[in-house]
Design a protein around this ligand. Sequence first.
Ligand code: GDD
Ligand code: MN
Length: 375
Amino acid sequence: MTAGEEERAVDLTVIVPTFNEAGNVEELVRRVTASVGAHRAEILFVDDSSDGTELEVARVALTAMLPVRVIHRDVPEGGLGGAVLLGMREARADTCVVMDGDLQHPPEKIPEIVERLHQGDVQIVVASRYVGSGTSAGLADATRRMISRGSNLVTRAMFPVRLRRVTDPMTGFFGIDRSRLDLETLRPRGFKILLEIIVRTPLRVAEVPFDFADRFAGASKASLRQGVWFLQQLTMLRFGKMSAYALIGAVGAVANVAIVWALTALGMGYLWAAIVAAEVTIVGNFLLAEHFVFRDLRGQARAFWRRFAISFTFNNVESAVRIPIMAVMVERLGMASPVATAITLAVAFLVRFTFHSLVVYAPRNDVRETRSVRT
Ligand code: GDD
Ligand code: MN
């Protein structure tokens, strides 16, 4: 077999991000090799170390039974998340399993993750500490466990739909079908690459339980700075969409005024001009939001015309309700009309955004079911 053929024959890439894990490499390669016998696997280290981990990988690779590669980065862009992404880009197989380099993630779980992935109904398999028989005993101490639990809850509350059935979106141990992932849509920063993938793509997820073990050697790289990055990431993921939606709303408002102006200038009555302008901007906003805001959710949502019908109905009802409420605020409560307008528009914006995220672009029932966990 030529070198090229051999390259193509790899059917599983185990991606291991490392930062100063020299003491773990040999043991990790040994245990991965022992567990992936059924596959033509390769191990790909993506390394940002300063302790010579990459030399240790090169040394171990010489005697390994599997192809073992290392990519060493001098500029560790995106930290751990960036390393994982690069690993997925450079993997020779589409089936990728990502795991930590300190053996807190037991390599013996890899075959089960791959098997679940190959059932074909999901594209991500999360190894979870919080489902079935999984445990998180290996987390350093009670504080670390509490932070992990707490941030887990907050995150799941922020993405109730997408994470409905994902109990451990922060794990660094998961399998993924790379061919179904658009790597360009991801903006990794710090530790939580899986969360990024789940929230930004429509890929379906299943979970398998695992026991989070103690470190084999070395020390954890989790830090306060990672915590801050994580909060930034949550904000971007949650409110990035919202800002884009707000921008489109603003464009719509300007268009609305311009259309009314143009139509009345052409001699149309004010009321008719306002109605035409409102309907045109409702349709325009829907199309823009489809394209720029909710693009990643379309694949698993209902069909285009049903989304349009729901959105169109909602917006018409919303305007019909908003205008009399505004009248009451001005006439009965004596509010200045710009204030009343601003308040009702702000509330309407939040309601509209929430309704579109959770209802118009909600996953179809068949998608929801297959995304669930069966272990
Ligand atoms: N390439 C690269 N670059 N690897 C890194 C970096 C980095 O900047 N920072 C950490 N790593 C590697 C470590 O070498 C290790 O293999 C893995 O990423 C996880 O880092 P640990 O330092 O062992 O983190 P942890 O055990 O505290 O965190 C684990 O639990 C978290 C959830 O509680 C990991 O599984 C995280 O992924 C997970 O989010
Ligand atoms: Mn660790």
